[in-house]
Write a protein that binds this ligand. Structure first.
Ligand code: TIU
Length: 227
């Protein structure tokens, strides 16, 4: 077992039954010139999660953790796109429409894919999800169950949308979640703070929050309890 400094209290974990889940680090959300920026958002608020997430990804691979990547998006025929989601926002260019990096949030398009900095390695499952939560209408739970995973270390964007929804779904399915604060990002600073605060409030109502450096030290076994 390893122990990482975390809030609201230390996070005990077994690397063998722990998975790293990186949520939706897709060009359309994170890269300059993508859908997110076209909506008027400042992508630098999300991009600051890239460097720490790269360090965590490298360490997780080295330690042999199961690594899972998710992408939000839809079938090219949009048959899995609810009308409600299509219409929401009254956007001029919305999901399925031509966007700056191909059809917006459509599988197979350039903008839908994961950024080069966090490219999945061969053998790492990529979970395509039509919703905000990573469990809704996906095979994520089967993948985790088949590997005996009990705990999730979560990175990605955006903190209050897909990260929070996925953590809540995981919580209800019996997983412990550790969210690495500096490996998440929101277009809205106040939602970043609230999104993180909500996870660790009330004794860790949805899970734990840590800085990536503290998790990396625990994973490497250089600090914290190791037995
Ligand atoms: N990945 C994710 O959070 N998808 C979103 O739709 N985020 C927004 O902030 N809209």
């Amino acid at each position: 077992m390893r122990q990482a400094k975390a809030e609201p209290y230390a996070f005990d974990f077994d690397p063998q039954t722990c998975a790293l889940v990186i949520i939706d680090m897709q060009r359309d959300f994170v890269d300059p010139g993508g859908f997110g920026e076209a909506l008027g958002n400042d992508v630098s608020l999300l991009r600051r999660a890239i460097a720490p997430t790269r360090r965590v990804l490298a360490a997780a691979r080295k330690a042999g953790l199961l690594v899972i990547h998710t992408r939000e998006g839809h079938r090219p025929d949009l048959a899995d796109l609810p009308q409600s989601k299509k219409l929401r926002g009254r956007l001029k260019a919305g999901i399925g429409d031509p966007g700056p990096m191909g059809r917006i949030l459509v599988r197979g398009e350039y903008g839908h894919d994961i950024i080069d900095e966090l490219k999945p390695a061969a053998g790492e499952p990529v979970v395509d999800k039509p919703g905000k939560g990573a469990f809704h209408a996906t095979d994520l739970n089967a993948i985790l169950t088949n590997r005996g995973t009990r705990q999730l270390v979560v990175c990605g964007v955006t903190t209050e949308v897909c990260v929070n929804t996925s953590v809540r779904e995981a919580n209800d399915r019996g997983y412990d979640c550790l969210v690495l604060e500096d490996c998440t990002g929101s277009y809205f600073p106040e939602f970043q703070n609230a999104g993180i605060a909500m996870i660790k409030s009330q004794g860790g109502i949805f899970g734990w929050v840590a800085k990536s450096g503290d998790f990396l030290e625990a994973l490497a076994g250089t600090k914290g309890r190791k037995k």
